[in-house]
Design a protein around this ligand. Structure first.
Ligand code: B12
Ligand code: SF4
Ligand code: SF4
Length: 339
């Protein structure tokens, strides 16, 4: 197989819509970061993080003969007046980013296949057994901050990642990971409401509100964390919002990152969402991962935390909801209104 010219790959990445691209040699990842994180229990019940550890650590198990990992990033930050108080994390307000980045990677691969017939590749956006931040770091796009997020120079941490493994070398692997710019700052560590940042960029998912609001969707959330659902019902941006390296965000122009109607709703409307409204507003967004009852459970907690007296009648109604998850959350929320 030819050695691929990075100048050409960079043009191609930009033409399909990626903001950043970089290249890393497909060398195995030292196992300690992942294995110690899993052994400490920080993966919570995301068993899939440990189950395919071998592939996460060695991409040649995903693509025999892997030579290069191409890392892509897209800025997604938008400041739209009507969504500034949305209880939904920024990355989830627009069209589901998985499909946006996947479509871009698909277009990139299609063009590659035409130019280099026979080139083997394996791609992933969030869901594949890949350590995407490690590859983005090795590819020189930035570094992992103390907040556990991947931070780039032009866009701060408001980026989403996509990763493509190929079985050919490229002509320039760049200079490797960018320098750490956190310095003595500890803002994120001080601001995380649940103490989920446990040092060196590690996140204890059990305590992270992003995990509790999205992944832990079938049972009640431990009570201590429910009290932190303060206008926050899907994902959490607190450790990014306080980061000084995010002070100059760049507006993501592409319409796929534009907030959808659901991002204009407040906690009360989301708690009272009907099945019809859910079907109209949620499919095609990342919010679908929390499912109907999980999303309403979160919004119901947030109503309790806000102690909004005028939410009482809605909560009383939800105490009779067909979902046990929502009923129990509503009983708890009512107690917060009326202890
Ligand atoms: C599991 C997971 C979570 C978990 C755990 C978070 C975590 N930080 O581990 C939960 C559910 C909590 C979560 C939350 C979020 N997530 Co998430 N998540 C993932 C996932 C699937 C795997 C991450 C992982 O491997 N963790 C295990 C630890 C051990 O590895 P790590 O995170 O890479 O961190 C270690 C290494 O990077 C190492 N390291 C650092 N630098 C270097 C350099 C080199 C050369 C090497 C070898 C190692 C190394 O040190 C770190 C600490 O040990 C990735 C997608 C993917 N497949 O990679 C998305 C991903 C990390 N998530 C993403 C997003 C957007 C989020 C949220 C911002 C969403 C939100 N707003 O609520 C939050 C952020 C929370 C936070 N503070 O990190 C984006 C990251 C965007 C960014 N700029 O960082 C990703 C990449 C998805 C994507 N494709 O865009 N997530
Ligand atoms: S996403 Fe929220 S809960 Fe998770 S580490 Fe950051 S501030 Fe803490
Ligand atoms: S808030 Fe400070 S310590 Fe945390 S990631 Fe940003 S620069 Fe680093």
């Amino acid at each position: 197989m030819n050695v691929l010219p990075t100048a050409h790959l960079r043009d191609l990445a930009s033409s399909v819509g990626f903001d950043l691209v970089g290249f890393a040699r497909a060398e195995p990842i030292p196992p300690d970061f992942l294995m110690e994180w899993v052994a400490a229990g920080y993966a919570a019940d995301m068993d899939w993080m440990g189950e395919r550890a071998a592939e996460r650590l060695d991409v040649s198990l995903l693509l025999p003969g892997a030579k290069t990992v191409i890392s892509f990033a897209n800025n997604y930050w938008r400041d739209d007046a009507e969504t500034v108080d949305s209880p939904i994390a920024r990355y989830a307000r627009g069209r589901d980013y998985h499909s946006t980045l996947r479509d871009r990677m698909k277009a990139f691969r299609k063009a590659l296949n035409v130019m280099y017939p026979g080139l083997g590749s394996y791609g992933g956006v969030d869901s594949g057994p890949l350590m995407e931040k490690v590859w983005a770091a090795r590819a020189g796009l930035g570094y992992v901050g103390k907040n556990g997020c991947f931070i780039t120079e032009p866009y701060g941490s408001w980026v989403l990642l996509a990763t493509l493994v190929v079985d050919a070398e490229v002509d320039d692997y760049g200079n490797g990971p960018a320098a750490d710019r956190c310095g003595a700052c500890r803002r994120c560590l001080m601001s995380c409401p649940t103490g989920a940042l446990v040092g060196n960029g590690r996140v204890d998912a059990r305590a992270c509100l992003s995990y509790q609001t999205i992944e832990n969707r079938e049972q009640q959330v431990p009570e201590a964390f429910r009290f932190k659902f303060d206008n926050l019902i899907f994902g959490c941006d607190i450790c990014q919002q306080v980061c000084p390296l995010n002070r100059r965000p760049v507006f993501a122009e592409h319409p796929r990152f534009a907030p959808r109607a659901v991002a204009e709703l407040g906690v009360r409307e989301l708690a009272g969402l009907t099945v019809e409204q859910y079907e109209h507003l949620i499919p095609g967004t990342a919010l679908a991962r929390a499912r109907y009852d999980g999303l309403r459970r979160n919004a119901v907690y947030a109503l309790g935390v806000a102690k909004q007296a005028d939410a009482k009648s809605l909560l009383e109604k939800l105490c009779g909801d067909s979902s046990e998850l929502v009923r129990t959350a509503a009983q708890w929320a009512l107690l917060q209104l009326d202890p």
